[in-house]
Design a binder for this molecule. Structure first.
Ligand code: A2P
Length: 273
């Protein structure tokens, strides 16, 4: 249908693409619980990022640009971009984002950044990726990166949520990783997935901090207690968990690293909450 110049002008005024922003298409959406969903979007050919980084995303339909930081959950070699999101009732972005359908447009800033990258850690034997809630997202990226298995003998993903249903994205993604053509064989041998819940019974109950302190994590994984000589740690999730875990690690002699100064552990909060 022909569009009048007036329509075009109105549309441009309402939905102008901000500078340094890609307009991408939603490919698929999967809802896990009434609070959690995953979605995949097209990847612009020129978009480069390191596994574990985050990027700002937004929706064009909301008039004025409203962007939020999201960890990229897919690895840097993937042709699509994956995100894992919480749905916040009344949340300025997630309230609308949770309704997206395949074919809808998502805005994504052209630059990604972040500290949960292998470059920010010094070489060691084991890589621990410790997450709560949607904090698993950057690790869904790192665990599908061949470099994780080149650099480390074991890659340990821990995921703690309130309820069992909230662990499902991690369970599915680990299963996909182990079947992946690129990293599947290595992941089967090296990737360990440890889950726990805090408000519903499951194989392991309790906060990850307590499960490290009381030796449960070491017992279940069959690995020695966390130690800066052999282990590197990435942490993502609730602020309270990050703060407690940082204290725990520093008490054991771990030093916090950054892109500019790689060391023993790195942290990032799960953004949208
Ligand atoms: P809990 O149920 O005991 O609060 P949230 O959904 O609030 O973001 O929390 C995600 C998970 O992180 C929950 O299982 C929660 O446990 C856990 N958690 C919250 N605070 C801490 C903390 N200070 N240390 C370790 N785990 C925590």
């Amino acid at each position: 249908m022909p569009v009048s110049t007036q329509d075009v002008a109105e549309q441009k005024e309402e939905f102008p693409l901000p500078k340094a922003t890609f307009a991408e298409k939603v490919i698929s959406v999967e809802h896990y619980t009434d609070r959690l969903f995953k979605f995949r979007i097209t990847r612009p050919a020129s978009f480069r990022f390191r596994s574990g980084e985050f990027v700002m995303i937004g929706l064009p339909s909301e008039g004025k640009p409203l962007f939020r930081a999201y960890s990229i959950a897919s690895p840097s070699w993937d042709e699509e971009i994956e995100f894992f999101s919480i749905k916040v009732p009344g949340g300025p972005l997630t309230e609308h984002l949770q309704k997206i359908q395949p074919g809808d447009t998502i805005w994504m800033r052209q630059k990604s950044t972040g500290t949960l990258v292998m470059d920010a850690l010094t070489p060691a034997k084991n890589l621990y990726m410790i997450s709560t809630g949607t904090g698993i997202a950057p690790f869904a990226s790192v665990m599908r990166d061949p470099e994780a298995y080149e650099n480390f003998d074991k890659v340990i993903l821990t995921h703690t949520c309130r309820e069992v249903a909230e662990l499902q994205y991690g369970v599915d993604t680990v299963a996909l990783t182990k079947e992946d053509l690129l990293v599947g064989e290595e992941a089967k041998e090296k990737l360990i997935h440890f889950t726990s819940t805090t408000r519903e019974d499951s194989a392991q109950n309790g906060r990850i901090t307590n499960l490290i302190e009381d030796g449960t994590l070491a017992k279940v994984t069959g690995l020695p207690d966390l130690n800066p000589e052999t282990d590197r740690v990435m942490i993502c999730g609730s602020m309270a968990m990050i703060n407690d875990l940082k204290v725990l690690l520093e008490a054991r002699g771990f030093e916090e690293g950054a892109n500019s100064k790689p060391a023993d552990f790195v942290i990032e909060r799960a953004f949208v909450d």
